[in-house]
Write a protein that binds this ligand. Structure first.
Ligand code: CAA
Length: 257
């Protein structure tokens, strides 16, 4: 499939999406968001794919929503078109998605990275929500997801001043899982994604769903949900295979059943 604003490829059981609008630092225009969703739809449907990586260029993961496309919109247009809501589909995917971030992840770029399941950052990564400098605020989940991830003090400072966080601060704050050298970022992300894709797909999906529950419910409800899903895992052939393989001291071969 050929797209205008992204590149896609399949590496074994991993789908790789590279945002590709270098002339605009991968600013997220409506074409890019539609193409990204189409590519992710394809990976969701493909039973051979177990994990997806979204990355950008070395200079920019994405510098935010496309300001040139957005600047002339009126309130009724944003309201009637439900502007930005299509982006949320990224967060609603069932298969795990890893964001591999190098360079700028600003505004909608930071928000897109946070919609993924975790972020691997290169040592050049810079995260920020600079929308306030444009006379708006984050509109793709930034005021909510950033606050839950890094806490009120840092989120409030970043959203109110537009200050960027470098990779080291992002790692200290829990925004990224790990930092790797820029020239190894995509390879490392593909390696992590391949590890995930080698697990049982239904178990990985249930695990993702359970971790995400922690953001949406009370501790007691979340633990009840976890317990129900954990018990249900004993109805899968992959649980039998995983535990049998351990006992027999051999690698497990999951059948996604
Ligand atoms: N939208 C559209 N075009 C953008 C863009 C964006 N978000 N970010 C960068 N570009 C374009 C620039 O206009 C420039 O294009 P031209 O060469 O045609 O002028 C090109 O990308 C290169 O950018 P710069 O020359 O500015 O590069 P730089 O290295 O000097 O600066 C930067 C890099 C600090 C990231 C700077 O480009 C910048 O501040 N960009 C805007 C970041 C921003 O405000 N993002 C938030 C957008 S609003 C949003 O995302 C809303 C939401 O929550 C959904």
């Amino acid at each position: 499939m050929t797209y205008e604003t992204i590149l896609t490829e399949t590496r074994g059981k991993v789908g790789l999406v590279t945002l590709n609008r270098p002339q605009a630092l991968n600013a997220l225009n409506s074409t890019l968001v539609a193409e990204l969703n189409e590519a992710l739809d394809g990976y969701e449907r493909d039973p051979g794919i177990g994990c997806v990586v979204i990355t950008g260029s070395e200079k920019a993961f994405a510098a935010g929503a496309d300001i040139k496309e957005m600047s002339g919109l009126s309130y009724p247009q944003t309201y009637l078109d439900d502007f930005i809501t299509a982006w949320d589909k990224v967060a609603a995917r069932r298969k795990p998605i890893v964001a591999a971030v190098s360079g700028f992840a600003l505004g909608g770029g930071c928000e897109l990275a946070m919609m993924c399941d975790f972020i691997l950052a290169s040592d050049t990564a810079k995260f920020g929500q600079p929308e306030i400098k444009l006379g708006v605020m984050p509109g793709a989940g930034g005021t909510q997801r950033l606050t839950r991830i890094v806490g009120k003090a840092k989120a409030m400072e970043m959203c109110l001043t537009g200050r960027m966080m470098d990779a080291a601060e992002a790692e200290r704050s829990g925004l990224v899982s790990r930092i790797v050298p820029a020239d190894q970022l995509v390879d490392e992300a593909l390696k992590v994604a391949a590890t995930i894709a080698d697990m049982s797909l239904p178990i990985a999906l249930m695990t993702k769903e359970s971790v995400n529950r922690a953001y949406e419910t009370t501790l007691a409800e979340g633990i009840r949900f976890e317990r129900r899903v954990f018990h249900a895992m004993f109805a899968t052939a992959d649980q039998k295979e995983g535990m049998q393989a351990f006992v027999e001291k051999r690698p497990a071969k999951f059948a996604n059943e």
